[in-house]
Design a protein around this ligand. Structure first.
Ligand SMILES: Cc1cc2nc3c(=O)[nH]c(=O)nc-3n(C[C@H](O)[C@H](O)[C@H](O)COP(=O)(O)O)c2cc1C
Length: 261
């Protein structure tokens, strides 16, 4: 699965220019007798050697000819809005595959570490996710702890509605994506958040909308369940709801505050 330059290298195509060795960020390539020699222990599988090779002696696919313009990129940013009202249309398997396929282009701190995404699809599945949280809240309510938690967090109203059966977490999203990164991970949670952001804009480009789910990301590590199966040695890093919006934004959102030094 991971790009291995030593295995992909086509000796007959090599023009011995040394570019691969020059651009390798981890010094995993040395030129020996006019050809690259690879050190697998140092290689991070980033593919730079192949990307910059003038003779394509690593057999990579050609780049797309038409890069997005600045205006297209800005439009994508501007039309994105968090979605809390979804239409009944459940994204198809093909649409979900198209969404998650951008993970192969998402940057990570170490290219070989990989992101794991659990796709939870359909209103029934989301209902099954919400129930354990509501059960937990009921227990906390009977012990009196919920009242105290509500007071401390100032979220009594929110918690009360959630306990009462309202889906305040996923808001009826037809698809929920749980992003996991390896537990031992030099760049921490960041890789998963970057990956989820890439998927978010892919969704917008396909006419869908998303909702980040900070609440689920905090709560769900405590609610081990069927949706976290096959994710051992990883940790949850981002949760993104995806679906077709029931309401379309009509105007640009007011600008956000930021500082540039
Ligand atoms: C990391 C992150 C976590 C978020 N968590 C939640 C959440 O748990 N529930 C929710 O309703 N909105 C959540 N949001 C959405 C923000 O509240 C939303 O982005 C904000 O209302 C601005 O609206 P906009 O996305 O339409 O610009 C989250 C956003 C981010 C970036």
């Amino acid at each position: 699965m991971t790009f291995c330059p030593e295995e992909e290298f086509i000796r007959e195509d090599c023009i011995s220019c040394g570019t691969c060795a020059e651009v390798c960020p981890s010094h995993a390539i040395q030129m020996l007798d006019g050809y690259p020699a690879f050190n697998r222990d140092l290689c991070i599988g980033c593919g730079h050697c192949g990307v910059f090779c003038p003779a394509n002696s690593f057999g990579l696919e050609p780049l797309p000819g038409n890069a997005a313009t600045e205006q297209q990129y800005r439009s994508l940013l501007e039309i994105r809005r968090s979605i809390r009202y979804y239409s009944d249309k459940v994204p198809s398997e093909d649409e979900i595959s198209a969404l998650t396929s951008v993970l192969s282009q998402s940057p990570t701190g170490v290219n070989q570490q990989g992101i794991t995404v659990r796709v939870v699809k359909g209103p029934d599945a989301v209902g099954r996710l919400v129930k354990p949280v509501q059960k937990m809240l009921k227990i906390l309510h009977f012990t009196g702890l919920l009242h105290i938690i509500g007071k401390i967090t100032g979220m009594s109203d929110y918690i009360g509605r959630l306990r009462g059966g309202e889906d305040m977490i996923f808001r009826g999203a037809p698809v929920v994506l749980f992003f996991f990164v390896p537990r031992r991970n030099p760049t921490g949670r960041t890789d998963g958040v970057v990956a989820a952001t890439a998927v978010m804009y892919q969704a917008v480009s396909m006419g869908m909308g998303t909702l980040w789910n900070g609440v689920a990301e905090r709560i769900y590590p405590f609610v081990g369940s069927w949706h976290t199966a096959r994710t051992s040695k990883t940790r949850l890093t981002a949760v993104l709801c995806v679906g077709y919006p029931a309401l379309q934004p009509k105007w640009k959102a007011p600008p956000r505050i930021y500082k540039v030094f």
